[in-house]
Design a protein around this ligand. Structure first.
Ligand code: WT7
Length: 632
């Protein structure tokens, strides 16, 4: 790719150009794509409203930039290599031509089932090639996909369906996850009982388990595609037509539907992918995320395919059937770029070096990390034992809202520095501000991380609630996008992400709003009030600690704790289940009735050396009870 940076001085040069004249810079990057109609204006923006448009009035279809762009040269090249959960099941290799035909066929199936441009389609599927086909078919037809991680509960699924008034759910009969088989269709059945907008459910046969198919609503995937043509003319989209909605947790209430649009997302997904990973056509690239998260969207599906690359998709988990599974897969397919989360690294670190020993890992050229700050110990383990000390490690900072990687080393170009995301990609203008929004210039500064200029794949709105988008991201500081993260610029000018500064916790690289978990806990009939905080957890990064005031009649502490955990699992899903529940007589509150989370965080972290002034609390006496109750 001509837009691939190759040296450190080349990076600084590009960066400079991207800041001095962003329009010319992005126009040049945009020109390497196939547009049916060229854009009139590269960017128009107003962070007050907010109103951001990229490649204004450009017409395109993102899938034409995967298929029509590469078919004549890469028809027989693997687009997706699929490794099943069970290593004894046959793998699948899907070439660009096959993926094109599957996508077209599924476009025709969607159309036959009533889907039109602009309709919302929920994808609640396992990690199989059909999930990518589902996303691409929506994009080709002009439908807006919203992938929901298939580990979310039926009520979390129903909330998302109702928020975007989706017409259809794409799902499977069941999913394999390690030794477990999860009855996914039953979850969907329960969800769609309370989603009036859903007209059809298409069900992929994955596990062959028995499911109930509702006449007139449910249709098998294989029946839906039977007799459908493998030709489909892509729908012409405007640059700013919605490509997808992805729900993510925030500091207040229910998850928000982050909206990404077509042109800018496309340009940035490919540009960031090629540059950060230094992907060269022919390389085998593997990202271990799930398509239910933004990482799966940008760096399993869109980024690699827009680059004409080969993306490996793994259905299973890192420890099944053994703790060397990742490394076995790396050797099996000679993976060149490997991208995973710190939580996976820490979980594998616990098993020691033995599971790695049988594998050479010598195909690896680049290793990457995403989702949460990577602690130095995990960084070194990953770098030394997986990268064998000679693979650049890219620590990539970004968010669902940013659409693509924002701050990261470029592999092999930017010098590595443990636990530092390092430098912004060209076009990205991060700044650190103090509480009043004053820019903290120079090195050795620490504060809140903001971005002061738009980039192509940035969030456009929160679906159905533009005010929310404005309030959450554009109101904290004037004329800046606020990330919700704290950051430090060190003496070399390298950025280190310090973690969330709002009421969001990061559990195994997954974002959870404390309010969302509290709302779920409060659904339990015996719960009076609750407060949730994060605390340091060896494997998950952060664990969920819940303080709960309960009516104890007829329950033991243990039974109640188990019931509370189960309530959260049912309402949100297993990923939100509290690691710790402490039953407390009261919660520390200020005179205005606000919960003093600072104290709760300290107790949860077992650090009560400096609790600060508690005398201004409405009920200072509960602090001692809480400390005692925590066994400290
Ligand atoms: C939050 C975004 C972006 C894909 C996965 C998560 C944290 C993400 C890093 C990193 C330190 C990181 C931030 C961010 N985060 N990557 N390399 N170093 N923190 O997406 O669910 O939207 O979460 O994850 O706190 O705000 P997400």
């Amino acid at each position: 790719m001509s837009n691939k940076i190759q040296t450190l001085s080349g990076y600084f040069h590009e960066y400079q150009k991207s800041v001095l004249d962003p329009e010319t810079f992005w126009a040049r990057i945009g020109e390497s794509f196939y547009w049916r109609k060229q854009w009139d204006e590269t960017v128009s923006w107003d962070f007050e409203k907010p109103d951001v448009k990229w490649f204004v009035n450009g017409k395109l279809n993102i899938t034409e930039n995967i298929f029509e762009r590469y078919l004549h040269t890469k028809g027989d090249t693997p687009a997706i290599i699929w490794e099943p959960n069970d290593p004894n099941e046959a793998n699948r290799i899907v070439t660009y031509r096959e993926l094109f035909e599957m996508t077209n066929q599924f476009c025709n199936a969607l159309k036959a089932q009533g889907i039109e441009k602009g309709d919302r389609v929920i994808i609640y599927m396992p990690m199989v090639p059909e999930a990518a086909v589902a996303m691409l078919a929506c994009a080709r037809l002009g439908a807006i996909h919203s992938v929901v991680f298939a580990g979310f509960s039926s009520s979390a699924l129903a909330d998302r369906i109702n928020d975007c008034e989706a017409k259809m759910v794409l799902t499977s009969d069941g999913n394999y996850r390690g030794a477990k088989q999860i009855p996914v269709k039953a979850v969907v059945d329960e969800a769609v009982e309370s989603t009036p907008s859903i007209e059809k459910v298409i069900v992929l046969n994955r596990t062959g388990e028995e499911v109930t198919m509702k006449e007139g609503r449910d249709i098998w995937w294989h029946d839906a595609i039977a007799n459908q043509s493998t030709d489909f003319a892509a729908t012409e989209m405007d640059s700013e037509d919605l490509l997808f909605i992805l729900y993510t947790s925030g500091s207040t209430g229910k998850p928000k539907g982050v909206v990404h649009t077509t042109g800018g997302y496309m340009v940035y997904a490919e540009y960031s992918f090629s540059n950060v990973f230094q992907y060269t056509p022919g390389d085998i690239y593997w990202c271990t995320a799930d398509i239910g998260w933004i990482t799966g969207h940008s760096y399993i599906v869109y980024g690699p395919l827009l680059a004409g690359g080969t993306t490996l998709m793994f259905e299973g988990v890192p420890t099944f059937p053994h703790a060397g599974r990742f490394w076995e897969i790396v050797d099996k397919y000679k993976v060149n770029q490997f991208y995973t989360a710190p939580t996976a690294i820490r979980a594998l670190q616990v098993h020691g070096l033995e599971p790695i020993q049988p594998y050479s890992l010598n195909s690896l050229k680049v290793i990457g990390s995403v989702g949460e700050p990577i602690n130095e110990e995990a960084w070194h383990w990953y770098h030394d034992h997986i990268g064998k000390g000679n693979c650049p490690l890219v620590d990539t900072w970004w968010q669902t809202e940013t659409g693509g990687i924002m701050i990261s080393a470029l592999a092999g170009i930017t010098p590595n520095k443990p636990a530092h995301a390092s430098l912004p990609l060209p076009g990205i203008q991060p700044i650190i501000v103090d509480a009043e929004g004053n820019e903290l210039k120079g090195n050795n500064v620490e504060g809140n991380l903001c971005i002061k200029f738009p980039w192509p794949s940035m969030i456009r709105t929160t679906y159905g609630d533009h005010e929310k988008c404005k309030n959450v991201y554009f109101s904290a500081y004037k004329n800046m996008y606020f990330t919700g993260d704290g950051a430090k610029r060190d003496h070399d000018g390298y950025l280190r992400i310090l973690g969330r500064v709002d009421d969001v916790i990061n559990v195994s690289g997954h974002r959870m709003g404390t309010a969302e978990v509290e709302n779920a806990i409060n659904e339990h009939p015996k719960v009076v009030e609750s407060a949730v905080v994060g605390y340091p957890h060896d494997v998950k990064g952060q664990g969920i600690y819940a303080y709960v005031i309960c009516d104890m009649t007829g329950r033991t502490e243990d039974s109640l704790k188990a019931e509370i955990k189960d309530t959260v699992r049912k309402i949100i899903g297993p990923i939100a289940k509290p690691d710790m529940v402490q039953i407390v007589p009261g919660l520390p509150k200020t005179r205005s009735g606000k919960i003093m989370r600072r104290i709760l965080r300290k107790v949860a972290s077992k650090d009560i050396s400096n609790l600060g002034d508690t005398s201004t609390l409405l009920n200072p006496e509960v602090v001692d009870d809480i400390i005692k109750g925590a066994g400290l």
